[in-house]
Design a protein around this ligand. Structure first.
Ligand code: FE2
Ligand code: FE2
Length: 195
């Protein structure tokens, strides 16, 4: 399956080479971090390779897939900016094109951009890897990469917080789940601190 996904990516990103570099960077980072916390590297690799697979599809494509597969599609359209719709369509793509039914992988793909409260460990690692992979050079990514060396939970919280602040500055809508996720990972760190 991995070879087939790689060929699929090369075909889909023919005119977007930097995206292939990004996806491979996410995969490499996810495998490294996953090894640290004892996750199944094949599952992580599949999630990483598929997470942005529908990135260059049209808004109409995303809308169609979302309408077909999510009963709350109207809510999704009003709450999530179109930039985030690829997270839903990539989730659908993994099911339809690769018959993936592993909820760890599917959840990781679905939540990769803004996270969710109490994500499974694969989703946590993919979310963080998407933020800190080596091709990311923003100050926040460099900072979070550093934090990830010490604490994965703290790095996840910082990445969520900076993402929210950035989108607020840009005047973009912030889905409720992003705020709930940030609260959850802040609380998780405080709990850890107390113990
Ligand atoms: Fe993405
Ligand atoms: Fe990505």
């Amino acid at each position: 399956m991995i070879g087939k996904i790689k060929a699929d990516l090369e075909h889909r990103y023919k005119r977007h080479e930097h995206r292939l570099d990004h996806v491979l960077g996410v995969a490499e980072t996810a495998m490294d971090l996953g090894e640290r916390v004892g996750l199944d590297s094949r599952k992580l690799l599949i999630a990483a390779l598929l997470h942005d697979i529908t990135k260059y599809e049209s808004d109409e494509y995303h809308q169609e897939k979302i309408k077909e597969h999510f009963s709350n599609s109207e809510e999704i359209f009003s709450e999530y900016s179109p930039k985030l719709w690829h997270t839903f369509s990539a989730y659908v793509y993994a099911i339809e094109e690769y018959q993936i039914d592993d909820s760890d992988i599917l959840e990781a793909i679905l939540h990769h951009a803004i996270g969710a409260p109490a994500m499974n460990p694969y989703a946590e690692i993919l979310f963080l890897s998407d933020y800190i992979e080596p091709n990311r050079t923003y100050n926040s990514c460099v900072k979070v990469r550093q934090i990830a060396n010490e604490s994965i939970d703290k790095a996840i919280y910082e990445a969520m917080n900076d993402t929210i602040l950035f989108h607020q500055q840009e005047g973009e809508r912030i889905p409720k789940i992003a705020l709930e996720a940030r609260d959850y990972y802040q609380m998780k760190q405080e709990e850890l601190w107390k113990n």
